[in-house]
Design a protein around this ligand. Structure first.
Ligand code: GLC
Length: 604
């Protein structure tokens, strides 16, 4: 009876807190709508550096990051010698249309090429500078024209990477050594007015519709030699010539500083970590380097790449995945294969990516994967559950969506309905034993209106329990600082507790069950000096601190670490479905501390 009353109370509190949020990304400029629909694009790093393949005169690139397109600067190559790399190019074989066809087959909706990278070399026939591809080819080539024609032919948008801040070729432009030798504002503006502005004018006048200009200044303009006025002038030229062309935040102006910036570019290979209301994109590589590197080793799997794309879309982001073709135009086999597999996956599951958005549930909610969402104009909504680890139990719990789905099915087999049970807070799907896709399988839930969610609930794990951690606690009191993992993860994330502290979580129990309660912590003091207690409506549990001792990370390396051990506190009997608060109190003895890691409420 007591539990029932508490549940009714909770329902009232939760219903009041429910907000039916609008699906649309609130801060999207009109011109960026195609971009947020597209979600997946191709980045192409290709230029003179592709001929070096990360090695110059027998020596590997002089930098641990192994960015092959930086060889000119890193290995201090002379301007005239650098272009001799073009002798290695096989111009008869080079066919940019093949890159566009690959992008299309990979399910990508746009292509962005390095029209001018940091080396200052233009991949088009530039009237502004003869440091361009037309000057070094016979018959003259114009890669941007060829790519633009291919994009029009195959229905993809074309984006152009343009290195504005850095240009190693132009005597008045910025290269990092100017930090030692100095640079005058007048000289720099000569480069700006003499090369950047007119080249951008050329690119926006002669190559049809340009979907975006992708600038590459990865620090704020206040820390560079470029002035805000120069950046605004540059953006003004783009708005004047092609008002629909997108501009990314690596122009040097953040989206927060200037809402006219169309989307935020994250760091290289940085994936999204939180839901944003504005458009954003991760530039990503299949291995590590952007330009082709002969000694590349860190190939990511297709599953990893797909999960990166899905993860971004689940937070309202895009991913632009790079190919670094060779000097003969060939795309490395490892890249091509992964892209084609992604394309196959998207040909079946693309509905969960293109035009899809983040759903309201918080990021740590489910341990089986990520959710994306689509709302139709009539309000009907589809949620796409991307199941990364297909549950051995064949039961998929979905927590915190305050509505019963009208239908559930696999995106790969829409004609077969999946059985499920739902009480409007937790939906449990019955899955077939085999997942339909070895990469990532997608389950669709259909709702007749946009479903509300409950914030702050800890979702049920696919392993049949609840993982209660400092990160997903609804309330923390006393010691609250979460120390992130250290020593290669052998010291896990925890809270150091040296004063009376309490932590509270909210869970939803969807059927009567008994859960074993275990706590993991490290403690170096003596037993009897501190106390742990759990209070919840099903009952209370308590235990004294117990010493956990220490262990060694690697032998003979002075790598001693505290042991974090799991201790059973006892069982909690949940006799009816409903919301429950679980409160943990930790009371250390004087001058003692305990490092709290997690609580696990597990069904047995
Ligand atoms: C960095 C590098 C550059 C690469 C880019 C891709 O800014 O300087 O070589 O083009 O990232 O995101």
């Amino acid at each position: 009876m007591k539990a029932l009353k508490q549940n009714i109370l909770w329902m009232a509190v939760i219903l009041a807190a429910i907000t039916t949020k609008s699906l649309a990304q609130e801060h999207t400029n009109e011109r960026a709508l195609w971009f947020t629909d597209a979600r997946f694009g191709m980045f192409i790093h290709w230029g003179v550096y592709s001929g070096a393949e990360g090695i110059w005169k027998g020596e590997k690139l002089r930098n641990d990051n192994d960015y092959a397109e930086w060889i000119y600067y890193r290995n201090r190559i002379a301007r005239d010698e650098y272009v001799t790399l073009l002798d290695r190019f096989d111009w008869d074989r080079i066919d940019p249309e093949q890159w566009v066809i690959l992008a299309k087959n990979a399910g990508m909706k746009y292509v962005t090429i390095t029209a001018k990278h940091h080396d200052g070399f233009a991949l088009w026939d530039s009237q502004v500078s003869d440091y361009d591809v037309a000057e070094f080819t016979n018959p003259k080539r114009d890669i941007i024209k060829e790519l633009s024609d291919a994009c029009t032919k195959h229905g993809l948008k074309l984006g152009l990477y343009y290195s504005h801040w850095v240009d190693w070729e132009h005597p008045d432009a910025w290269d990092h050594s100017k930090e030692i030798y100095g640079i005058s504002a007048e000289d720099y503006d000569r480069y700006w007015q003499g090369k950047v502005i007119p080249q951008i004018r050329e690119l926006l006048s002669n190559y049809g519709d340009i979907g975006m200009i992708w600038f590459d200044m990865w620090i704020h303009h206040s820390r560079t030699c470029v002035t805000k006025e120069q950046l605004l002038q540059l953006k003004g030229v783009i708005r004047e010539l092609q008002p629909n062309c997108l501009v990314n935040s690596r122009l040097g102006l953040s989206i927060e500083e200037d809402s006219d910036i169309d989307y935020k570019t994250l760091g290289d290979n940085q994936l999204g970590s939180k839901k944003e209301e504005f458009p954003w994109q991760s530039p990503a590589t299949v291995a590590h380097s952007w330009g082709f590197h002969a000694q590349e080793k860190q190939w990511k799997s297709t599953t990893t790449l797909l999960q990166s794309l899905i993860g971004n879309v689940s937070l309202n982001g895009n991913m632009m995945l790079n190919i670094g073709p060779r000097a003969n135009g060939d795309v490395p086999y490892e890249i091509e294969q992964r892209l084609l597999s992604m394309g196959e996956w998207l040909s079946v599951n693309g509905e969960s990516i293109y035009g899809a958005q983040a759903f309201d549930l918080v990021r740590y909610q489910h341990d089986w994967g990520k959710i994306t969402c689509k709302q139709n104009p009539d309000g009907t909504t589809r949620l796409y559950l991307h199941v990364y680890n297909w549950p051995l139990s064949q039961k998929l719990p979905v927590t915190g969506i305050m509505a019963k789905p009208v239908k559930a099915y696999l995106l790969a087999k829409p004609e077969t309905a999946l059985p499920f049970s739902s009480n409007g807070v937790v939906t449990v799907l019955d899955l077939p034993a085999n997942n339909p896709d070895p990469l990532v399988s997608v389950v669709v839930l259909e709702y007749d209106s946009y479903p509300s969610t409950v914030d702050g609930l800890v979702a049920q794990s696919v392993y049949g329990g609840y993982s209660l951690t400092p990160k997903n606690a609804a309330e923390l009191k006393g010691n609250t600082l979460i120390r992130t993992l250290t020593r290669k993860g052998t010291v896990p994330s925890h809270i150091g507790v040296n004063e009376k502290s309490s932590y509270q979580w909210r869970i939803y129990i969807n059927k009567a069950m008994t859960l074993q309660t275990d706590i993991s912590y490290a403690y170096q003091g003596e037993e009897g000096h501190g106390k742990i207690s759990i209070s919840s409506s099903p009952g209370s549990l308590s235990a004294n601190f117990q010493g956990t001792g220490r262990t060694v990370g690697e032998p003979k390396s002075k790598w001693q670490i505290d042991s974090y051990n799991s201790h059973r506190l006892g069982e909690l009997v949940f006799s009816e479905p409903g919301y429950y608060d679980i409160t943990l109190e930790i009371k250390p003895g004087k001058d003692e501390d305990l490092n709290f890691q997690w609580l696990w409420l597990g069904a047995e």
